[in-house]
Design a protein around this ligand. Structure first.
Ligand code: ZN
Length: 493
């Protein structure tokens, strides 16, 4: 019996799969996403990131509903943007009722809406004091946060475990076998919230209990994909008490190949979220503490002003604590300059690049400059920054990286595209560096972990538009089959 322990199992048997000429790639590695938050979504979260129209939403929801208990609350919280739909808006209550009247439906854009619901969903929200328009609309901001919290209020620990299983199942179906999780914002009311930046929305959690469902699945051997945890903290105080407690009490680079504590990020102190121009006053001391304790660290930036803060502090620190052995990186780097890239390269730092502008980017809000960065020779890898403002689906990200086009097909990142070979390399082999696992992750080689995906079509020869339809027919992690679409014949020997 080979089933159950997969591949080269304890019984010593083996399985033989005839791929019939299909393309195999290394398991994809997403070097920056929020898969733990994705698993904690209330309701039966159903990704809409690949939907191009309301008809696609209907098809996705009907397929999902058919597999769930009667009356299940279907949610899509983040990971899509109305501009990706041909209709360029959210569906109305009547349009959602036409998909299902028996199941409550709730769609929320990004962190805090706007949102929309059907009649069954409206009844639930109205009974909990949430303001819903006659057309099913729920305003962005406090009304959407109230709707989200009404759903969270009826969520059980088992629901969170089920959601986490669903998130891993979805990732495996797309061939993403390793996820660098970059944490969440501190939700109001969490322990120590008086000391930190606090925010509520789809990207928010209690950082002390948020990992419990995942830890439970890990203990029970139910992991389907690998997760690398980065601890996010946003101290206001000069003494950085939250970060300091993490550094004093958490083990770095600890765990096993399925689940490991990797590093710090994507924030280490409070940080102005849109275009910092001055250094947060507690930032220099925070990076020094992190470096002295030897932690891997990845910092979010959206502007070159922020890149300047991060690189300038790394240069100062490097005079006394060498930065290169720490594998520190900047995440997103949407407008980093060639000069800044060279300074970061000289320090031995890296760049983690994310194609989130695919969903709703414009020619004036595009980036990152993939071409310039790859040509610089710096350590660089890619990921998604899903699943609030970006898509977890790596094939959408690879489409953006190689075509420069957004979800509407508009060229927004011209002159900065990569070849398919380069882009795939950034999504696989180059990402091991970001957790000091170059020897284990990202390529199919003797001595590395046996993570690979068999594709439904050939990544290297399909048309640009067909890249968006790629997925996995068979995903293997550590020699174990974690996703099988049932199109290949597997023989036990
Ligand atoms: Zn970020």
């Amino acid at each position: 019996m080979c089933s159950g322990d997969g591949g080269f199992g304890r019984s010593g048997c083996r399985q033989v799969v005839n791929l019939r000429g299909r393309t195999v790639t290394p398991g994809l590695v997403d070097n920056h996403n929020h898969i733990v938050l994705l698993g904690l979504r209330p309701g039966y979260h159903t990704p809409l990131e690949s939907a191009a129209s309301f008809a696609d939403i209907a098809a996705t929801y009907r397929q999902r509903i058919a597999a769930l208990p009667a009356g299940a609350f279907i949610t899509s919280i983040g990971g899509f943007n109305p501009v990706q739909f041909a209709e360029k808006r959210l569906p109305t209550l009547a349009e959602l009722d036409a998909i299902s009247s028996a199941n409550p439906l709730y769609l929320q854009v990004a962190f805090i809406g706007p949102s929309t619901t059907n009649t069954a969903g409206k009844a639930f929200f109205a009974s909990r004091g949430v303001a819903v328009g006659a057309d099913g609309s729920i305003a962005a901001g406090p009304a959407t946060v109230a709707a989200l919290n009404a759903l969270r209020a009826v969520q059980t620990f088992d629901d969170k475990k089920r959601g986490t299983r669903d998130a891993m199942t979805y990732a495996a179906s797309l061939g993403v076998t390793t996820h660098f999780d970059m944490g969440g914002f501190l939700i109001p009311g969490s322990p120590n919230h008086e000391d930190e930046f606090v925010f509520d929305g789809a990207a928010s959690w209690d950082p002390y209990t948020a990992y419990d469902p995942l830890l439970d699945l890990h203990r029970n051997g139910e992991m389907k994909v690998r997760v690398r945890v980065f601890f996010l903290s946003m101290d206001n105080a000069a003494a950085t008490p939250i970060l300091t407690r993490r550094l004093d009490n958490a083990f770095r680079e600890f765990g096993n190949d399925w689940l490991r504590t990797a590093g710090l990020g994507e924030f280490i102190t409070n940080w102005p979220l849109f275009g910092v121009v001055t250094t947060p006053s507690n930032y220099p001391a925070a990076v020094r503490k992190a470096a002295e304790r030897g932690w891997i660290y990845q910092q979010h930036t959206l502007s070159s002003a922020e890149d300047e803060v991060v690189i300038g502090n790394m240069e100062t620190l490097n005079a006394s604590v060498p930065v290169a052995p720490l594998h520190w990186s900047i995440a997103h780097a949407m407008t980093i300059t060639p000069q800044q890239v060279q300074r970061l390269k000289a320090l031995g730092g890296g760049l983690a690049l994310h194609g989130f502008r695919y969903l709703a980017g414009t020619p004036t809000a595009a980036g990152p400059p993939y071409r310039m960065i790859v040509d610089s020779g710096i350590q660089v890898g890619a990921g998604s920054d899903s699943a609030q403002i970006s898509a977890l689906n790596p094939w959408l990200m690879l489409y953006y990286m190689t075509t420069g086009k957004n979800s509407s097909g508009v060229l927004i990142n011209g002159g900065q595209t990569l070849t398919r070979q380069e882009a795939l390399r950034l999504y696989t082999r180059e990402n091991g560096w970001f957790s000091k696992e170059e020897d284990k992750l990202g390529s199919i080689e003797v001595g590395k972990l046996a993570d690979l995906t068999v594709l439904n079509a050939d990544y290297f020869s399909v048309s640009d538009e067909a890249l968006k339809q790629l997925n996995s027919v068979l995903t293997i992690v550590g020699g174990r089959i974690v996703h099988d679409a049932g199109v290949l014949q597997i023989h036990e020997r």
